[in-house]
Design a protein around this ligand. Sequence first.
Ligand code: NAD
Ligand code: DAU
Length: 347
Amino acid sequence: MNILVTGGAGFIGSHVVRLLVNSYPQYHIFNVDALTYAGNLENLKDIEDKKNYTFIKADITDKEGMDSLFKTHRFEAVIHLAAESHVDRSISDPLAFVKTNILGTIHLLEAFKSLWGGDFYGKRFYHISTDEVYGTLGEQGLFTETTAYDPNSPYSASKAGSDHFVRAYGETYGLPYVISNCSNNYGPNQFPEKLIPLCINNIIHHNPLPVYGDGHYTRDWLYVIDHAKAIDVVFHRGASKATYNIGGFNEWKNIDLVKLLCGLMDSKLGRAPGTSEQLITFVKDRPGHDLRYAIDASKIKNDLDWKPSVTFEEGLEKTIDWYLQNETWLNHVTSGAYQGYYNKQYH
Ligand code: NAD
Ligand code: DAU
């Protein structure tokens, strides 16, 4: 079976590609990625020569390009992760998010529909989405699969739009889709614009740790390899036309998380306890900042027998170790354009 994974050179996509290539020699995995600032083939060095893996540099916003790739490789399944993924960037450049996240998704749906006509037997279109489509929670409650969509940022609005199109293609054309909505991921290979790798990088270099607002915003954190395993499970055993929420059962207020990271990094770097906490700097809040995300992941747990395998303490330790052992990767991704982004965002 030829499987298309989009966005496979990014953070989550690279872990998904590795898992599928190594676990399923009977599949051929085609990784299609435009290699934006967030895509990095260094993430996949260890599997690039595998016989059941092919990388293709292509942009999902190129309709003819996508149609042609589908005709050539006759993809029987799609696992769609390619997206603009950073909320702060969506606030300064919403159109880029509409283009990739909505239009790009529609091009893939169209290419898949045209290739198979109405004959979708044994086929699957798996759309990877986010819990941010549900908007924000107050101090109580959890997002379930039936929570109404209520996105607040251009990023989450664009992901919500793409989810709606996937579902609509299921209802209108019978396209066999599945969608999962996951909470915040962390782990190796995450681009250091996101909170955890940004703080790790700044602690290493004794730079300020920018905490938005009062730091009392809450997120539900999941180790990226556990998300990749959940994607494997949903891809193979998820019901057709179903949605699954994926989460870490692991809520943290940002300020507590940053303090935890500071303590762990001080001990890893041999610095006196309390050293890194002095770098914490409260900065201007993110506009439209969602107060709290928390996932009720009981459906995937009960129906598909998935739950996180890594505790937060283990996951953070593995993550910090990875960044400390991969300084070349970190230096590559933070040279050049990253400096321009960083200065604009934080100064
Ligand atoms: P990422 O930004 O690290 O990677 C995105 C990848 O998509 C990059 O390799 C990039 O080059 C590629 N890409 C971007 N635009 C493209 C285009 N037009 N054509 C082809 N490729 C393109 O993102 P991530 O954090 O790995 O997220 C992957 C997916 O998971 C996204 O759909 C995101 O919405 C979703 N998600 C992320 C999280 C999280 O915490 N990071 C949580 C839930 C869901
Ligand atoms: O919930 C899933 C989503 O999680 C994914 O869909 C997104 O792709 C992913 O980027 C992530 O979105 P967040 O906005 O929650 O992640 P981020 O790492 O940007 O921010 C986490 C929290 O930390 C959030 O409350 C904002 C705050 N923050 C972030 C940055 C970058 C800061 O306080 N300071 C910062 O410098």
